[in-house]
Design a protein. Sequence first.
Length: 296
Amino acid sequence: MKTKLSVMLLLLLLCASLACQRAQPKANNAQAKRYDLKGTVVAVDKAKKEVTVSHDDIEGYMPGMTMAFPLRDEWAFDVLTPGNKVTATLVVDSNSFWLEGIVISAAAGEPINSGTTAGAEQSKVGQEIPDFTLVNQDGKHISLKQYRGQALLLTFIYTRCPLPEFCPLMSNNFAELHKKMIADPALKDRTHLLSITFDPAYDTPKVMRSYGAAYTGEYTQEKFTHWEFVTGTPAEIKRIAEYFGLTYYPEKEQIIHSLRTAIIAPDGKVYKVYADNDWKPNDVLREVQSLLGTGG
């Protein structure tokens, strides 16, 4: 009898252990770091599986700010509402970040207005882009007008961005596009890339040059003939950001921001705008090939 009870107890413990293992989401990287997060829900996007949280300082990682996080707790999308007070674990590995283990600690009070209008950036498609004047990594003034005749791809970043799926992802995607385009004789001279900072106070031409050369992999040998990294006056940066619907504002030591990437046709008209980080380099490459009639 004792043996049978012992076996049953062992089986129960084993089942409980397996259940716990299944319940725990695994990080992609064994070196992933975990941080306690506490804040207020601003918005919930079930389709994208994201929750925007205005969070307190995350000790040892980043100051408090408002931003969107991928959320791995599927059940939460059916119950979370703006205004909920939550705690969760922020998991950050080398390629991504997400929230897990979310707990609702208080019900929603007054809804928080995110202040964004979905789809507003698409109204620019088909319009001729204004002739913004910026400053490249060599300290030279550039005009968007000088890229007429080429397909111009531009994206917005800031060099100190701490989250891998925001500015670093945009730069990694552009690095992939850059390599594929310069390797294709049909695209090399008919395309141009611009990475535009919205942190001109810190991202000087010298900083942008160092940042850009690291992403191209050419370092001191980089000539920046195909992909430039640009800054500008705060007023001009604000003007081009507003044109594409990019929002950004400083909060403590970081910058809260949305995302924008755009394709400008050779005639200077906006061809396509991407308002998130879902786009893939190969998809954008096909769009450019279609625009230029080079095939795929």
